[in-house]
Design a protein around this ligand. Structure first.
Ligand SMILES: CC[C@H](C(=O)O)C(=O)SCCNC(=O)CCNC(=O)[C@H](O)C(C)(C)COP(=O)(O)OP(=O)(O)OC[C@H]1O[C@@H](n2cnc3c(N)ncnc32)[C@H](O)[C@@H]1OP(=O)(O)O
Ligand SMILES: [Co+2]
Length: 145
């Protein structure tokens, strides 16, 4: 497998509206999506688009995520980290199933099943303990048709 593009850094927050205001007013972000719920993933999500290499908006995103209820997979994280913070990183791959075989073949614990992520493509997560302490999301590259 070859290292793919860093698509986003997942940042957990207890208050997504306050986090959006921070990125807009303190960090000077000019391109932030409206938040939206992903009940099947137990999170509310908003994307902060960062400038790309050419100053456009195809750079790596900050993916703001807030827990939807106590069953959210990030509820425990917020309880331990009340301010929120860096939660995961997401790398792109061309083929999610080949990537899944790559990580499981190396004894890495894939969490749950392949699911549809916030970019509309299949994703899976690899346990932080098997990834040098970093919860890692592997996502199939979004198609820009
Ligand atoms: C999919 C939509 C969107 C997208 O981009 O498309 C998203 O990214 S949504 C992101 C939210 N969803 C997930 O994170 C799904 C995968 N995550 C999980 O299954 C859990 O969060 C899990 C298993 C990683 C941790 O769950 P929990 O915190 O309830 O369990 P523990 O407290 O037992 O944690 C075990 C162990 O891992 C450490 N930990 C927990 N979270 C993280 C983290 N984000 N980064 C690094 N380490 C983490 C925790 O401290 C425990 O370590 P220990 O040494 O035992 O204390
Ligand atoms: Co993510």
């Amino acid at each position: 497998m070859k290292l793919g593009r860093l698509n986003h850094v997942g940042v957990a927050t207890p208050d997504i509206d306050a986090a959006i205001a921070f990125y807009r007013d303190t960090m000077g972000a000019t391109d932030i999506t409206e938040p939206f719920d992903m009940p099947e993933q137990g999170v509310r999500v908003a994307f902060v688009n960062t400038p790309g290499a050419g100053g456009n908006m195809d750079g790596t995103q900050v993916e703001l995520i807030a827990p939807l209820g106590e069953n959210s997979p990030i509820f425990g994280f917020i309880r331990k980290n009340p301010l929120g913070g860096q939660h995961h990183v997401a790398f792109e791959v061309p083929d999610i199933h080949a990537a899944h075989d790559w990580f499981t073949g190396r004894g890495k614990r894939v969490l749950g099943t392949i699911r549809t992520g916030a970019h509309g493509t299949p994703v899976f997560f690899v346990h932080p303990r098997d990834m040098n302490g970093m919860l890692t999301e592997i996502m199939e590259t979004p198609r820009h048709d």
